[in-house]
Design a protein around this ligand. Structure first.
Ligand SMILES: [Zn+2]
Length: 422
């Protein structure tokens, strides 16, 4: 194990930060980076690793995970232990997960419960605080939580049936409190009324296939919710971060309104045609997968700066959790991705020869800045945590089940190219 006396020197690698790409040495002492400089002379007892030809990234930060989610007959396929073990192997050194507000619980109680579950994690873990009920006592907790370092709060414009829905009027009130105390509001943006109306069209007709999941949650739901949130942002000044954005219209509306935007690998790599596949049910996630035009706009948004972060919305299930023949309304929503997100994104990036600092912005630095972790995380520089990811860019592989370890979580990305840290 590392002690404060342990020195590690990474020699001659190419360090990729959000704003630079530089061949240099990195000296680490214990859990901190102490020096970043070409041709540095390490202390005589340092362990020296030759990184010639390797890329060195700051640890990836996944700002959107759901480890250990209770479902009908047990738990989703990853808990904090297995999920963060898989994350670490794939270059993710920090995850930001969500609290779950149980009936009768206060926000601070909900944080304590999730923190306890996260103790067995292999990465750094932070939390966003879900506000899934509108009560004055919950709003009253916000200032103190922000003081304690929980600065991001999440609300839903849908999931009325699951008891998680807040009206726009309520969201505006939450936003005012958060803005006043310097926090950030995250929103699952799908308009409840539009989903209700679309769902009603298919109800009672025995239309159960996965494709109806996408039809019952149309893209207009995202657009309308984002327009309303843009208005709330304008009226309250509260910074608003749209999680798992997935449509071209939503993206344009969010940027016009000055909102922060996250998208996820599933919306980049897949479209709604997968719902016609035999395993289409496994891709039932909310919001649903969209059209190829949306995919194109999202990839463009990564490169042109419209999109701020990539999160995975990691919530994997086993094949047995989503048995064939279930109605789309009964299928647990969610899929995994933290175990492959960085390796497949990096493979795409290298293939297209896109600037690597941009990938660092999207998968590490921007999340660190937005969620108050910078410069401890999200950068390789003296004084930062020694969260470094070393990659040989020439070791490209095709994803196979062996890459996923002993977890029984289903993964939708098999067969894609991946470049693994190691
Ligand atoms: Zn989520």
């Amino acid at each position: 194990m590392s002690t404060s006396q342990n020195y590690l020197c990474l020699k001659n690698g190419t360090v990729i930060n959000a704003d630079s790409e530089q061949q240099t040495d990195v000296l680490i002492q214990g859990r901190k980076i102490v020096q970043v400089e070409p041709n540095l002379t390490p202390p005589s007892h340092a362990r020296v690793v030759d990184c010639t030809g390797k890329l060195i990234f700051p640890g990836m930060i996944d700002p959107h995970t759901h480890m250990g989610i209770p479902i009908k007959n047990g738990w989703s396929a990853d808990d904090f232990e297995s999920g963060t073990r898989a994350a670490l192997k794939a270059g993710v050194t920090t995850i930001l997960d969500f609290t779950i507000l149980e009936p009768g619980q206060s926000l601070s109680e909900s944080i304590v419960v999730r923190r306890k579950l996260a103790e067995k994690s292999h990465t750094s873990v932070g939390f966003h605080c879900n506000i899934t009920r509108f009560e004055k006592s919950l709003l009253d907790e916000i200032p103190e939580l922000i003081k304690q370092g929980i600065m991001s709060f999440k609300v839903f414009t849908t999931y009325e049936e699951a008891g998680m829905y807040l009206t726009y009027k309520q969201i505006k009130k939450v936003a005012r409190v958060i803005a006043k105390h310097g926090g950030l509001l995250m929103v699952h943006a799908e308009d409840n009324d539009i989903i209700k109306a679309a769902t009603a069209k298919y109800a009672g007709r025995n239309l159960i296939e996965p494709r109806y999941h996408a039809l019952a949650r149309p893209p207009e739901a995202e657009l309308v919710a984002i327009q309303k949130l843009g208005e709330i942002h304008r009226q309250t000044g509260c910074p608003i971060y749209i999680v798992h954005l997935n449509t071209v219209s939503g993206l344009n509306a969010a940027k016009a309104a000055g909102l922060l935007v996250e998208t996820c690998p599933q919306y980049l790599f897949f479209n709604d045609s997968v719902y016609e596949q035999p395993d289409g049910r496994m891709y039932v996630i909310s919001p649903p997968l969209r059209k190829s035009e949306d995919q194109k706009a999202l990839w463009a948004g990564l490169l042109n700066g419209q999109i701020n972060t990539i999160g995975t919305d990691h919530c994997p299930f086993r094949l047995s959790d989503k048995p064939d023949g279930l109605s789309y309304e009964q299928i647990p929503n969610g899929m995994g991705g933290i175990e492959t997100a960085f390796p497949i994104m990096l493979a795409e990036w290298l293939k297209a020869k896109w600037p690597l600092p941009r990938l660092v912005q999207l998968m590490s630095t921007h999340a660190a800045r937005i969620f108050g972790l910078y410069p401890q995380k999200g950068v390789i520089q003296a004084g930062s945590d020694a969260d470094v990811v070393i990659v040989d860019p020439n070791l490209k592989e095709v994803l196979t089940p062996d890459d996923l370890g002993d977890r029984d979580a289903w993964n939708g990305y098999l067969g894609l190219e991946a470049v693994w840290p190691g």
